[in-house]
Design a protein around this ligand. Sequence first.
Ligand SMILES: Nc1ncnc2c1ncn2[C@@H]1O[C@H](COP(=O)(O)OP(=O)(O)O)[C@@H](O)[C@H]1O
Ligand SMILES: [Mg+2]
Length: 263
Amino acid sequence: MVPPTSPHPTVLCRVRELGISFGSRAALRGLNFAIQPGTITAVIGPNGSGKTTLLDLLAGLQRPSTGELEWADPQPPVAYLTQRHSAVRWLPLTSAEVIRMGRYRMRGLLRPMGTADRRFCRRVAEELEIGDLLHRQYGNLSGGQQQRVLVAQMLAQEARLILLDEPITGLDLASQSRIVEIVRRQARAGVAAVLTTHHLDEARDADQVLLLSEGSLVAVGPPGEVLTSDNLRSAYGDRVLAPAGGGEITVLDDHGHDHGPTG
Ligand SMILES: Nc1ncnc2c1ncn2[C@@H]1O[C@H](COP(=O)(O)OP(=O)(O)O)[C@@H](O)[C@H]1O
Ligand SMILES: [Mg+2]
């Protein structure tokens, strides 16, 4: 918890000239933006544009080749829902046990879970409407149910910054809307969320959108400014469908086929 005397930071993380290369290839270059508490940032762009790499950098799993991440002091705890989850799938764990793993960082591996921890885990499970799945084997749940358990595990960490890599891609609609609503609720409670998505609707609902193309930011700002047909065309080319008389823009995206490096 943030002690009551510390000033509430207005920026959790300021990203300056951020870049990363793998070998001689730049996966991201020259990124500048800021992440504010209580906001949702949606990262969009075609497959291979660098979305996951950006989350990896924010999570500290990769180190920048250029530029820097300037964190608020004290540095906020970060939780990351990756797309490459689920070695957990092969372990004989119940949903409740998977959710409780979210508390390990706070408690340390060896200290037992207290009643308050268990109560907290039950509450996040209920928020995700999986209270009735807690005793089921995680590996036997549907994709949407598993993802809700992993979102609950992430909430159990009580992070100030949550990172979600394509959290709703390929899920049933009920799980999609539940997860979208939970992320909104987290933001209202002051948490900053950064998520990658192939859903323009999800990006339209965000406070800030980062539009990536081949590792560079085409645009950053509020959805109304970023999600223009010109910007989208420069990222997605002629896969953008914009009705001539105005109206909703769609992108014929290849979502659902991006399973990440190991998934
Ligand atoms: N660990 C890595 N080693 C080498 N290349 C990588 C690695 N991670 C990502 N890349 C490359 O960086 C680029 C961006 O990938 P990624 O961030 O996964 O894109 P997205 O999530 O938008 O589909 C791709 O060209 C990918 O092949
Ligand atoms: Mg990705």
